[in-house]
Design a protein around this ligand. Structure first.
Ligand code: HEM
Length: 332
């Protein structure tokens, strides 16, 4: 892949994310890139460096506190940047230090290993039904779209049920969430998408407040109304985080894993013979094809020396590349 600009402008279509990451890694494990909309960030592509920075308290996800260019969400970027929603929302994903612990603790009250374990029989039922439907659709050798009929259908149904999203609201919400991940939208399109998304979330809360259910949305409304300090914005953004993180990643993992098994029969044979487990398939797929390739954005709280030649100055954005981390030779 040729380098046309310096810093290199990330391809917003994501046509070949691994070739792009490999080319950038050749420039160094921390190198400057240009994101859609012209924002310059440090892209981190080395496994060891990513591991180090993910646990470094000098790295924050809070744009309001640690990204001067964000101007507290009141400046030009908030109005015109097509990726603004990635740093603008107010939930644990964009919180720092004690704020992160506060938001996470409030969510864990309603959403934890125990509450998700209860879902297992339902997930198994949905899976079995979808597989039956696929078998039926594929009778007499007819082709079946794996992504549409299984990889996408399973996680979206599970997370929608977990959150108690009414069926007629699901297609709209899913379409608007995909808009968040569409890095080719113009600033106007992205803004319209965000407005529609928050309108739809307001409708969801209205419905659930009028008609509570046994679901995560109702539980979080209860947490908010219990006076524990969860604001309305944090409530909405936390629900959005759970809905989005709860399916975009899993859809990609399922797609990639099945594709890998079908295109590498020797690997499938290892699983079938018991030489490797299905857990190995999951772990290896996560490494080989990270469902979330680049994660916007983190910020340097103070100057961070990477090596003798590179220091990330305080206030600079950082883009962690989970996709690149999984493919770093010898975990460099
Ligand atoms: C294959 C499946 C999944 C993958 C690969 C994945 C990946 C990730 C990654 C990489 C992060 C950290 C992002 C960052 O800070 O840079 C993250 C955070 C998070 N994910 Fe997932 N995720 C998956 C499934 C899920 C599901 C099913 C849910 C919810 C139902 C979920 C909810 C969250 C939440 C709430 C956070 C924020 C945690 C925090 O800040 O403390 N994820 N996920």
């Amino acid at each position: 892949m040729e380098i046309h600009t310096c810093p290199y402008a990330i391809d917003p279509t994501g046509r070949d994310v691994h070739a792009e990451a490999a080319m950038l890694r050749a420039r160094g494990h921390a190198t400057q890139v240009q994101l859609p909309g012209g924002v310059i960030a440090w892209m981190i592509t080395g496994y060891t460096l990513i591991k180090r920075l993910l646990t470094d308290p000098r790295v924050s996800r809070d744009s309001y506190q640690h990204w001067p260019a964000w101007e507290n969400g009141e400046g030009e970027l908030a109005k015109t940047w097509s990726l603004a929603i990635w740093v603008a929302d107010r939930n644990m994903m964009t919180a720092y230090g004690t704020e992160h612990s506060r938001l996470r603790k409030l969510v864990v009250k309603a959403f934890n290993a125990r509450s998700t374990a209860v879902l297992r029989p339902r997930v198994e039922q949905i899976t079995a039904d979808l597989l039956d439907d696929m078998a039926e659709a594929g009778r007499y050798g007819r082709p079946v779209d794996l992504r549409a009929s299984f990889a996408y259908a399973l996680p979206t149904q599970v997370i929608s049920e977990l959150l108690g999203i009414p069926e007629d609201l699901r297609p709209t919400l899913l379409r608007l969430v995909h808009g968040i991940f569409d890095t080719t939208l113009t600033p106007e399109e992205a803004e319209a998408n965000v407005v529609a998304l928050y309108d739809t979330m307001a409708t969801l809360l209205e419905i659930k407040r009028a008609d509570p259910g046994e679901d995560l949305t109702t539980s979080l409304i209860t947490v908010r109304e219990g006076g524990d300090g969860l604001t309305e914005r944090e409530l909405i953004d936390t629900l959005l985080l759970a809905f989005t993180a709860g399916h975009e990643t899993t859809v990609n993992l399922l797609d990639h894993a099945v594709y890998a098994m079908l295109t590498q029969p020797d690997q499938l044979a290892m699983v079938r013979s018991g030489e490797a487990t299905w857990e190995d398939v999951t772990e290896e797929t996560l490494r080989w094809q990270a469902p979330l390739v680049n994660m916007p954005l983190r910020f340097a709280v103070e100057d961070i020396e990477i090596d003798d030649d590179v220091t990330i100055p305080a206030g600079d954005p950082i883009l962690v590349s989970f996709g690149a981390a999984g493919r770093t030779a010898r975990r460099g």
